[in-house]
Design a protein around this ligand. Structure first.
Ligand SMILES: NC(=O)c1ccc[n+]([C@@H]2O[C@H](COP(=O)([O-])OP(=O)(O)OC[C@H]3O[C@@H](n4cnc5c(N)ncnc54)[C@H](O)[C@@H]3O)[C@@H](O)[C@H]2O)c1
Length: 435
């Protein structure tokens, strides 16, 4: 089957092309970190040219007029080409300089992108992220790293190690946890951490949405191609929807808790409404998780991807003196005391700059100024909390943080060539989930 894998096959072709291309287009030596002169170009590369990656490239180009997109890599040529075509329609098109010899196709295309750039945008599917991050740090590149950053505990440990190495090397590492860059969220979590509602005693969060789309298997697709085209539905690629999507809410819990680690997690979940079809992979469609903290607080998240149901995305943060409401769908956040009096609210006319743009403005300013930022710890911890929730739900067991982070369960198939079976969604209490 491996010879039928587009992602494998095209990688081999692109590797050959890359060695020719690299010889044809030598790029001048460029400092990978430290202060840059204002007229210096910052060469960026995009790995994972889907919807988010295209957006991230655009934001990076808009963040600094010296940024030039010089290389792109994707598992699939059609994804790379449509991303490039979209970028070439934008006002920044003059700084999109990606000729065919700097377009790389295949699951290891990052290897061709890294030598050509100063900054890499890691926007592929999450299952590959820890390895890609490790490669980027080893190559001495500044990094924008989309969430989630890992799908299992070995990935978490790898990301933490990469984040430490990035810090030691003076590299910037920015995360795609975009709410951390949103003005209304920064304002209200600033109030929460500053004690406006007293000590946080609990958080109740919701991420209730509909199912995501699927792609029908096409003739010639290998198992790998098929699963990667439907990556959100496969645990080894996405980490399940709790880790892939609702991790934004988990991150806000982590934020409200000041980055403390939970000590235990109990969770329930199931695959109740998802159709039993290959495109729908092996993931659940609902989870409810409770993370317990040593000093008392309990934080609960309900999440589902089910059609025709009530949708909601908000966070209630309860404190000893008051409680906060964070509206995931609009900047109408407030904090009240227990008499019902509003003691803080986000100004109705408050500016709300695009959080995705702010992420990149912050990263590229840090690079320009030679003052590296490093968001590695919280981005890894938030993902690990979500992984812990998934492990607790799948197994039906109450897990400690230590159980979860020391797990040696690796989700990626041992071989990505040939047949990659579609696993059955685990049954709590029946399917062993290795801790
Ligand atoms: N921060 C946010 O608000 C936000 C929003 C959407 C998506 N995301 C995250 O961004 C990431 C990408 O999501 P998307 O919506 O763009 O998905 P997408 O399917 O549109 O794009 C992913 C791309 O990565 C490519 N890819 C997969 N494996 C690869 C590999 N090994 N090397 C190179 N390319 C590879 C795929 O072919 C695809 O083109 C995910 O982690 C997702 O969770 C974040």
């Amino acid at each position: 089957m491996s010879s039928h894998s587009e992602s494998r096959r095209t990688f081999l072709k692109s590797a050959a092309l890359a060695s020719v291309g690299a010889a044809i287009v030598p790029l001048p030596a460029f400092p990978s970190w430290g202060s840059l002169r204002a007229d210096d170009r910052i060469r960026i590369g995009l790995v994972g040219c889907g919807g988010r990656g295209t957006g991230a490239a655009l934001q990076a180009l808009n963040a600094d007029t010296g940024v030039v997109l010089v290389a792109m890599g994707d598992a699939f040529r059609d994804r790379l080409e449509s991303s490039l075509a979209n970028l070439l329609k934008e006002p920044i098109k003059d700084r999109v300089d990606v000729p065919s010899e700097r377009q790389f196709v295949g699951i290891d295309s990052i290897d061709q992108v890294l030598p050509l750039v100063d900054v890499v945008l890691l926007c592929s599917t999450p299952g590959f992220r820890p390895e890609q991050l490790a490669k980027a740090v080893a190559a001495g590149k500044h990094i924008f790293c989309e969430k989630p950053v890992c799908v299992d505990a070995p990935g978490y440990r790898s990301v933490l190690a990469s984040a430490r190495e990035a810090k030691a090397k003076g590299l910037s590492l920015a995360s795609g946890f975009c709410w951390r860059s949103a003005s209304p969220e920064r304002a209200i979590y600033g109030e929460i951490l500053g004690g406006t509602l007293g000590e946080v005693v609990s958080v109740h969060a919701t991420y209730l949405t509909g199912p995501l789309g699927t792609k029908t298997r096409q003739p010639g697709w290998s198992d790998l191609d098929f699963q990667m085209r439907n990556w959100q539905h496969f645990n080894w690629l996405s980490g399940d929807h709790l880790v892939e999507q609702a991790v934004h809410s988990v991150d806000k819990i982590n934020w409200a808790m000041g980055g403390r680690h939970p000590t235990r997690c109990t969770a329930i979940g199931s695959r109740y409404c998802r159709e039993d079809m290959p495109e729908r992979g092996d993931i659940y469609d609902n989870f409810t998780c409770t993370w317990e903290y040593e000093h008392g607080p309990r934080c609960v998240l309900m999440t589902r991807q089910q059609a025709n149901c009530f949708n909601l995305n908000d966070d209630w943060v309860n404190g000893t003196k008051g409680y906060a409401w964070v509206n995931g769908w609009g900047p109408t956040h407030w904090i009240k005391d227990y008499a019902g009096k509003t003691i803080w609210s986000y100004p109705k006319d408050g500016a709300v700059p695009d959080m995705y743009q702010v992420e990149h403005n912050t990263l590229f300013k840090a690079i320009r100024d030679g003052r590296p930022i490093n968001e590695g710890e919280f981005m890894a911890d938030s993902c690990m909390m979500a992984i812990m929730g998934r492990m607790a739900a799948y197994s039906g067991q109450r897990l400690t943080w230590e159980d979860a982070i020391n797990s040696n369960e690796v989700l990626r198939p041992t071989s990505m060539d040939g047949s990659i079976p579609i696993l059955k969604a685990p049954k709590p209490g029946q399917t062993g989930v290795k801790a």
